[in-house]
Ligand binder design. Structure first.
Ligand code: AMP
Length: 110
């Protein structure tokens, strides 16, 4: 499958890995929008949040906590975002959660 994030998970394209477990892979966004900007992706390919099953949702939720701890943003807080489809400006069609933090984020969401 010609999927950028599947290739990153497989080690075919380099990345800066932050965290990995059985179901989830997390790495630094190449174009960070905040001091901490990590992408969490399920190892199983799915296009977006609409295709996410319960097991994967649970794995992602656990991984968010682990990454927040590793990145030192648990105390002050962070934001998670998952863009979906055209209006959501999703540019990579493999479900991913952006985890942003390390500074005071804007109240604006769009
Ligand atoms: P989205 O626009 O929500 O689909 O997010 C895709 C994200 O992937 C963007 O924030 C990009 O900066 C990021 N991205 C694209 N290519 C790479 C790459 N090779 N390594 C890390 N992040 C990437």
């Amino acid at each position: 499958m010609d999927c950028l994030f599947c290739k990153i998970i497989a080690g075919e394209i380099p990345c800066t890995k932050v965290y990995e477990d059985d179901g989830v892979f997390a790495f630094r966004d190449i174009n960070p929008q905040a001091p901490v900007h990590v992408l969490l992706v399920p190892k199983k390919h799915m296009r977006n949040i609409l295709e996410c099953d319960g097991e994967t949702a649970a794995a992602l939720t656990k991984a968010i906590g682990e990454v927040a701890k590793l990145e030192g943003v648990k105390e002050d807080g962070f934001r998670i975002v998952s863009n979906c489809g055209k209006h959501g400006c999703q540019s990579v069609e493999h479900l991913h959660i952006h985890l942003l933090g390390g500074k005071q984020l804007s109240e604006k969401m769009d």
